[in-house]
Design a protein around this ligand. Structure first.
Ligand code: WQD
Length: 363
């Protein structure tokens, strides 16, 4: 039986955060959420409750509000913090780099200060494969030298170094950084999924809009990369696998002193056009695409070597690309307007059960 822990999840109503809350609750942990809802909706936490029967305690808060953050730590006996809250779009980061540095680095330093003040010494940090730069010509391992190519990646790499330095000077602190590759998909029930607020940035939300007939085609950012079909290659990983990886991290964060770093990926590379084909197959819809200029900050290939976490924790991904596309499309069909009002979570849950032929709403 896993030791029950009280886990503070910053960014817990976001895409990965909300799926991680479900996985943590199902693993017997208590969850507290902080989110400023800048790129997510409180509805995601209603969906967490629909799936688990448990409503996480949550606080609407910007982590840079240190008095407000201190109040949360004063109210709860927190064992572990999972820190998701950040801005996370590569392309957008090249347009507003200072916002990315202020939010991503500012929130992290504020969190580290308050954790230290309240004697909370266990941190799981949401890092990113984007800190590596280009993965040519081989899958990336954790020992590869980072080479960030955009402000988002620089902010994540900077945060990793700050956390690692903090563990050096505060040896009571232990941290794990998870460098995940490209999370896509949704909870199999269709009750929870990727529902960004504001402008879309990532490829899967665009693909869902194209399949739903709301966009005429996917703009493919470049077909002149040194890859099999000229389009950029990424290591797509099911969001439920990413969530499960965070539960494993919570259960292993005490293992060694200092900061550990692990890739969360599948080791399988998929080009943008191959992803379009896979999504067309899974959705049964035509996916038109238009080749455009490269997007600033992008690299040709980002594929991870997943072996280190498998050796250390015996953890590996469970879902393939078809399952990622199937589950993403199932979420889209059950939630055509994302989490905006209109469809009650109970209806979505019932539809989700019917759609995937399961008698209980489980992943
Ligand atoms: C994927 C591919 C684009 C949109 C993401 C997250 C980041 C990090 C890494 C976790 C690229 C192409 C995209 C479109 C396209 N994950 N694309 N047309 O930039 O790899 O980063 O994964 O930390 O947080 O943002 O993901 O989905 O934006 O792009 O051709 O309309 O799809 O060029 O090759 P990215 P993405």
């Amino acid at each position: 039986m896993t030791l029950r822990r009280t886990v503070l999840v910053t960014g817990g109503s976001g895409f990965i955060g909300s799926h991680t809350c479900v996985a943590l609750i199902e693993s017997g942990h208590e969850v507290i959420v902080i989110d400023d809802f800048s790129n997510s909706s409180p509805e995601a936490l209603v969906r967490v409750e629909t799936l688990t029967g448990t409503t996480p305690t949550f606080y609407e808060l910007d982590l840079r509000d240190r008095p407000g953050l201190s109040d949360v730590f004063a109210r709860h006996d927190i064992d572990v913090v999972i820190h998701f809250a950040a801005k996370k779009a590569v392309g957008e980061s090249t347009q507003i780099p200072l916002d990315y540095f202020d939010v991503n680095i500012g929130c992290t330093t504020s969190l580290l200060r308050v954790m230290h003040e309240y004697g909370v010494h266990r941190l799981v940090f949401s890092s990113s494969c984007s800190i590596y730069g280009d993965a040519l010509p081989k899958p990336l391992s954790e020992s590869d030298v980072p080479g960030p190519t955009n402000p988002y990646a620089w902010s994540k790499w900077t945060c990793e170094q700050l956390i690692e330095q903090a563990t050096r000077y505060h040896p009571e602190m232990r941290a794990t950084a998870l460098r995940y590759f490209n999370p896509i998909g949704a909870h199999r029930s269709g009750v929870l999924g990727e529902a960004p607020k504001g402008p879309l940035h990532n490829v899967m939300p665009y693909l869902m809009q194209v399949a739903a007939g709301r966009l005429p085609a996917l703009n493919v950012f470049g077909d002149d990369y040194p890859t099999s079909d000229g389009t950029a290659v990424r290591d797509y990983i099911h969001v439920v696998d990413v969530a499960d990886g965070h539960v494993a991290a919570v259960e292993h964060v005490d293992d060694v002193p200092g900061m550990q770093v692990f890739n969360l990926g599948t080791g399988v590379g998929t080009s943008v056009l191959q992803l379009c084909d896979a999504f067309a197959q899974a959705s049964g819809r035509e996916i038109a695409s238009v080749i455009c200029e490269r997007r600033m900050g992008d690299v040709a290939v980002l594929v991870g070597d997943p072996r280190k976490v498998e050796v250390a924790w015996g953890w590996r991904t469970r879902f393939d690309l078809d399952a990622m596309c199937r589950d993403a499309w199932n979420f889209q069909t059950l939630n055509p307007n994302g989490y905006t009002a209109g469809v009650s979570p109970d209806v979505v849950a019932a539809e989700g059960r019917r759609a995937v032929g399961i008698d209980t709403v489980e992943a």
